[in-house]
Write a protein that binds this ligand. Structure first.
Ligand code: SAH
Length: 241
C-alpha cells in the first residue's frame, strides 16, 4: 500500500510506502514529519506537494506479470457496457489483476479466473494490497466452466477466447455482455466467426482505441513523440436469449 504521494511542480510523481520514515529520492530527503504536511521541502531545497493516495495511485503500483490491458481500453469496456455498482462480473485470465481490480472498484462483485498458479498467487497479493473485498480469484481454466450465474459482463483476455463461449452462455444473464480483448486480428476473426454461429449471442462491434498524448509547453504544443502503440482490439457481444 502507498501511504503518501509526492508531486514536484512539473509533475514528477513519487510514491511513499511508509510515511513513518524519512523518504529518500533523487531530490534528497523529506523528513517523516513533513510527510504529514501539504508541502514538503527536501534537504536540497526541492519542493513537493504531499497528497493522500487514491485508488488509481494504489492500482498503478500493483505487481505486474502478463501484459496488462491499458486504461484507455478499460474505460471503453466500462462505458460501452454500462456496468456499475449493481453489476456482477466474471473476468479471465486474471494476469496481474489490472483489469479485474479496476472493475471491482466500481462494481458489486468480480470473479476472476487464472489458469497459472504463480499468477493466481500474485493476483491474490494484489487484491490484498488494494484492500478490495468484492473480488475473488479462482485458480481455474475458464474454458472448463464458469460457476457464477446471472452475470452482467464477462471480460476475456485469453489467447483463445472462443473456447470460453460455451461457459459464457450459461453464466450470463439475458442482455449481458461479453467483451473479448485480443492483440491480433486472426484472434478477432476466429472469435467473431464462432460468436456468429451462436443463436444466443449477437455480435455488436470490434473497435481499437487510439490515445494520443500531447505536450503542452507554452507555444510548444504538439503530439508527444513517444506514444502508446498498439494494445488490442475490443470485440463486444451481447446475450439476447
Ligand atoms: N487482463 C489481464 C491480463 C491477462 S493476460 C490484466 O489486465 O492484468 C492473460 C492471462 O490469461 C494470463 O495470465 C494467462 O495465464 C491466463 N489464461 C490463459 N488461458 C486461460 C484460461 N483458459 N483460463 C484462465 N486463465 C487463462
Amino acid at each position: 500500500m502507498i501511504d503518501k504521494i509526492l508531486y514536484t511542480k512539473d509533475g514528477k510523481k513519487f510514491s511513499v510506502r511508509d510515511s513513518a520514515k524519512d523518504y529518500h529520492c533523487q531530490f534528497g530527503v523529506v523528513k517523516a514529519e513533513d510527510l504529514r504536511k501539504s508541502k514538503a521541502i527536501t534537504n536540497t531545497n526541492k519542493e513537493f506537494s504531499v497528497i493522500d493516495p487514491s485508488f488509481i495511485d494504489q492500482h498503478e503500483k500493483i505487481q505486474r506479470s502478463a501484459q496488462v490491458i491499458p486504461l484507455k481500453d478499460i474505460g471503453t469496456i466500462i462505458t460501452k457496457t454500462g456496468i456499475g455498482k449493481n453489476s456482477k462480473i466474471v473476468d479471465a485470465g486474471a494476469g496481474s489483476g489490472s483489469l479485474s481490480l479496476m472493475l471491482a472498484n466500481i462494481t458489486k462483485q468480480v470473479t476472476t479466473y487464472e489458469i497459472r498458479e504463480d499468477f493466481y498467487k500474485l493476483v491474490k497479493k494484489n487484491i490484498e494490497k488494494l484492500g478490495l473485498k468484492n473480488i475473488s480469484i479462482k485458480n481455474k481454466d475458464i474454458t472448463k466452466g464458469i460457476d457464477e450465474k446471472n452475470v452482467d459482463l464477462i471480460t476475456l483476455d485469453l489467447p483463445s477466447p472462443w473456447d470460453a463461449i460455451e461457459p459464457a452462455k450459461k453464466a450470463l444473464k439475458s442482455g449481458g455482455f461479453v467483451v473479448s480483448y485480443s492483440p491480433t486480428i486472426p484472434q478477432v476473426m476466429d472469435f467473431v466467426a464462432a460468436i456468429k454461429k451462436e443463436d444466443e449471442f449477437l455480435y455488436l462491434e470490434t473497435i481499437e482505441i487510439i490515445e494520443r498524448q500531447w505536450e503542452i509547453n507554452e507555444r510548444k504544443v504538439r503530439p508527444r513523440s513517444q506514444q502508446i502503440g498498439h494494445s488490442g482490439f475490443l470485440s463486444f457481444v451481447r446475450k439476447i436469449k
